[in-house]
Design a protein around this ligand. Structure first.
Ligand SMILES: Cc1cc2nc3c(=O)[nH]c(=O)nc-3n(C[C@H](O)[C@H](O)[C@H](O)COP(=O)(O)OP(=O)(O)OC[C@H]3O[C@@H](n4cnc5c(N)ncnc54)[C@H](O)[C@@H]3O)c2cc1C
Length: 376
């Protein structure tokens, strides 16, 4: 018997969808509430490292995900020179095991659709366009009121509602995320034939310019700059700004730049970071994924860490007989140091660039790869 019979999961991102799927598959009654009216709306791409792919396989969605995504095993480093010269070709570690690719790019909406379809298939009750308005817990459960006027009582509430978690606030946890001083332009568009893997261009007028294929016909491209207030730009001005910054980058970037024509596919956001000190639960409410820890995507591990949280939490809930302090201690032991290490490494990589310091990037990447190669 699992430690819980009824669970409310808040947020249908990677952490929430994965938690809901694993629990429902094992017979737990799961409600999944998502504040957005639809999960697969317009969005950008995501780079999934091997350890994220391993989690997708445990969720039973590897076949669909790999059919939709674009896998590769080498990352190129290119110079911001007129030829976009290749400086290095670095084999990516197969952190999910030898039978999975090292890296796969995917469209975020497509990944969200695959996960929510799987959730519905295994019996999760997915409720879109709503959220909780009140959580009141006692020793035996959590009473929840929802924005649509309904109520429920659950053995456990999982707050997987992202960086600005409403559940975290409902628990009275004061936590400010910290902007790290970088902003990123991202665009989703068609994949030119010249783009067959991620290439990173370090230097030039921006910190990094790169791209990642997300399918046979799609990619996302990005340019990281010092954080600035870009909120007053119209979509057309945003597109023009990204195109102008991209002019410094060549090789396949020349082809990518030509595809940057749709203002609705360009987006700008700041990098932020935080780690919630352990424990991540307050009684019968627990925070996972970005609600508990967030890193700048310098190693592309945020999504993987969210999936790992879901795996470790559900593994404990399904193999322990009761939801007690031992279970929470075991969750902290499995997740806290690992997630914090990844956040700190991601912050360090960003800081070296901000300070224009030549740090030991390969050494740091290797140590993170070794860490996340171990199952969560
Ligand atoms: C610019 C950028 C690029 C990134 N690139 C990568 C990458 O390439 N690879 C990678 O692994 N990671 C990347 N990350 C990190 C990654 O996106 C996150 O770590 C990951 O999405 C976290 O998953 P999550 O499920 O915890 O949160 P989220 O993905 O944020 O999902 C939270 C969900 O909760 C919903 N929600 C919010 N509030 C409520 C509420 N009150 N009630 C109900 N639902 C609610 C949201 O709508 C959302 O669906 C990137 C992050 C940024 C900012």
């Amino acid at each position: 018997m699992p430690a819980v019979s009824t669970v409310l999961v808040v947020g249908a991102g990677l952490a929430g969808a994965a938690t809901a799927i694993r629990l429902a598959e094992a017979g737990v009654a799961v409600d999944l509430v998502e504040i957005r009216p639809e999960v697969a709306a317009l969005g950008s791409g995501i780079t999934l490292q091997g350890n994220a792919l391993r989690e997708l396989r445990t969720l039973g969605v590897w076949e669909q995900a790999s059919a939709a995504g674009y896998a590769f095993d080498v990352t190129g480093i290119r110079a911001p020179d007129p030829a976009g010269s290749v400086v290095a070709e670095i084999p990516d570690a197969r952190t999910g095991g030898p039978d999975l690719p090292a890296v796969m790019g995917m469209s975020r909406p497509e990944l969200a659709r695959i996960l929510t379809d799987r959730a519905a298939e295994v019996g999760v009750k997915v409720r879109l366009g709503t959220t909780h308005t009140e959580l009141r817990q006692d020793g035996a459960g959590v009473d929840v009121a929802f924005a649509d006027g309904s109520t429920g009582r659950y053995d456990l509430v999982v707050g997987a509602d992202g960086l600005r978690s409403w559940t975290r606030r409902a628990l009275g946890i004061e936590l400010e995320t910290r902007p790290i001083g970088m902003g990123i332009w991202r665009a989703f568009g068609p994949r030119p034939a010249s783009v067959t893997r991620t290439d990173l261009y370090y230097g030039g007028p921006s910190f990094i310019a790169g791209y990642c294929p997300t399918g046979e016909d799609s990619l996302y491209a990005y340019i990281v700059e010092p954080a600035q207030d870009r909120s007053t730009l119209t979509p057309e001005e945003q597109l023009a700004t990204m195109r102008r910054l991209a002019e410094a980058y060549h090789g396949p970037w020349d082809d990518v730049r030509e595809t940057l024509t749709d203002p609705s596919r360009v987006n700008y956001t700041w990098f932020e970071t935080h780690v919630l000190p352990a424990p991540w639960n307050r009684g019968r409410v627990v925070l996972i994924g970005d609600a508990a820890h967030t890193c700048p995507p310098t190693i592309a591990q945020g999504g993987a860490q969210a999936l790992e949280d879901a795996y470790a939490l559900t593994d404990l809930l399904l193999t322990r007989p009761v939801l007690d302090q031992d279970l929470w201690d075991a969750f902290t032991a499995r997740r806290f140091d690992r997630a914090r290490t990844v956040v700190e490494a991601s912050n360090q990589l960003a800081q070296w660039q901000l300070d224009h310091v030549r740090g030991d990037i390969p050494g740091l990447m290797r140590s993170v790869a070794q860490l996340v190669s171990q199952p969560a």
